[in-house]
Structure formats: C-alpha cells, structure tokens
Design a protein around this ligand. Structure first.
Ligand SMILES: *[C@@H]1O[C@H](CO)[C@@H](O)[C@H](O)[C@H]1NC(C)=O
Length: 241
C-alpha cells in the first residue's frame, strides 16, 4: 500500500513545482547548513547544522517518529536524491516546549558519526547579539510548495521582512507573541509551510531563527513565526557538548 507521502511524491513528479511558497530554487552550496530530517527517508522537517555532531531544529517535529527511523541528510538540494545520510542518536526537545503556544520551539538532533564538511556541507554561525528587527532575512526549506501538502522536489528559499515584536503583537492579539519569537511579514503567496518547520532563518550569515509556524494557511500573507535562537544560546551550548 502506498503511504500518503509516497503518493504525494509521485504527484510532485508529474506536477510543476514552485516555491517554499513563492520561493526560488536553491543552488547546491548556497545553503550548506541545511539538513533534511527524514523518517524512512521521507522528508518531514528541516534543520541547520551547527557543528560536526549537532543539528538545530524545531521541537514540533519530534512527534514524527522514533529516532531509529530518522536520518539527517545534508549536502543536497534534492528532496529525494543524493546527499550524505547520517543516523541520529538523540532528538532532544527543550524541556519547556509547549505545543499549544509554540513557546520554546527548539530541539537539538545529534548525529551518530561526525558530519563531514565540504563546499556543500558547512555549519552555520550562531548569533552573538540580537539582530536588527527591521531587517530582511532568508529562509530555506524543502517544505510544501502549494496547499495542501505538495512537498518540494528541490530546496527553495525566500526573503522575509522581519516585523518588530510590538507590531506583531498588535496584529496577532489575542494570540500571545513571546519575546523569544521572531515574527516575519512575508508577501502574500510567500513564506514557510509544512516541511519547512525547523529550517533556518538567516541574516548576515547567522542563524537568527528556527521556522516554527505559519499563520492561518501557508502563503496567506499573514505572519510567519520563528524561534529566536539568541534566547536559547545557553540551552544550545549546554546540550551540544
Ligand atoms: C523550564 O521551566 C522551569 C520552571 O519555570 C524552569 O525552572 C527551568 O529553568 C526551565 N528550563 C529551561 C531549560 O529553561
């Protein structure tokens, strides 16, 4: 019996594909920190390489399966082919991760053997200060490119305007927006979607955010939410040694 994912992958083979939602196709080596987290070799979430042994991702993704069935694939822009595959030995969610509010949506994945770095596989720098919240940042992922649920054949990327937290709070009330979140304001038809979750939001070569959720429906033009990595530097350090 075909799983739902296999059917979807079959569909992508015959359907023209666009975006991370309104994005562009990445070139090999453009985002060398990107990891595809796969369950039985089917992509379910994205992550970012931060060292030879550790990948940063979203806590929301952990529910997708037992770690023996999960691999991290790096060094490819294809969702299905190529890349280096690593087994994982740990998938650690933040202890105060809360699904309902998405507070503390951060997790660390440990690979079994050290990731080999090259031109197409590199760790990304963690932030050393709070970023400029009026800037533009880039998100990339293998996530859904049209709704519902058409996974992308290629790694895609799009630029996002960062929205200051105060404006984000006003726009999203009564939903609580935490200091430890980053809010972006994509143009209509752009942004993150299922499968992009856990992926990197990058500004000036630094991992500032982890893709956490898109509002309402993907590409709605409403806000996307990211976990602000700067708030979790101690947690990351304590759990990646
Ligand atoms: C989780 O929450 C508890 C209770 O508020 C707190 O003591 C603890 O430090 C938190 N853990 C982390 C890793 O922030």
């Amino acid at each position: 019996m075909l799983t739902q994912l296999q059917i979807l992958l079959f569909c992508t083979a015959i359907t023209p594909i666009f975006g991370i939602f309104g994005g562009k196709t990445a070139e090999l080596g453009q985002f060398p920190h990107v990891a595809s987290l796969r369950l039985n070799n089917f992509h379910f979430c994205s992550g970012s390489i931060i060292s030879e042994k550790f990948i940063l991702t979203s806590a929301y993704c952990k529910s997708r399966g037992s770690i023996e069935l999960i691999t991290a694939v790096v060094g490819t822009i294809h969702q299905v082919n190529g890349g280096d595959h690593y087994n994982i030995v740990k998938y650690l969610n933040h202890e105060n991760w809360t699904q309902a509010s998405l507070l503390n949506d951060i997790a660390i994945v440990e690979v079994k053997t050290p990731i080999r770095f090259n031109k197409f596989v590199q760790p990304i720098r963690l932030p050393t200060k709070l970023f400029d919240d009026k800037g533009i940042a880039t998100v990339s992922g293998f996530g859904t490119v049209s709704y519902p649920n058409v996974p992308s054949k290629y790694l895609m990327w799009v630029d996002q305007r960062i929205l200051g937290l105060e404006r984000c709070r006003i726009a999203n009330a009564p939903v609580i927006v935490y200091d430890s979140q980053i809010c972006s304001h994509p143009d209509a038809g752009q942004g993150i979607c299922e499968g992009d979750i856990g992926g990197a939001l990058v500004m000036d070569g630094t991992l500032i955010g982890i893709a956490s959720k898109s509002t309402y429906y993907c590409g709605s033009g409403l806000h996307d939410f990211y976990t602000n990595v700067y708030f979790y530097l101690d947690w990351v350090t304590n759990n990646s040694n």
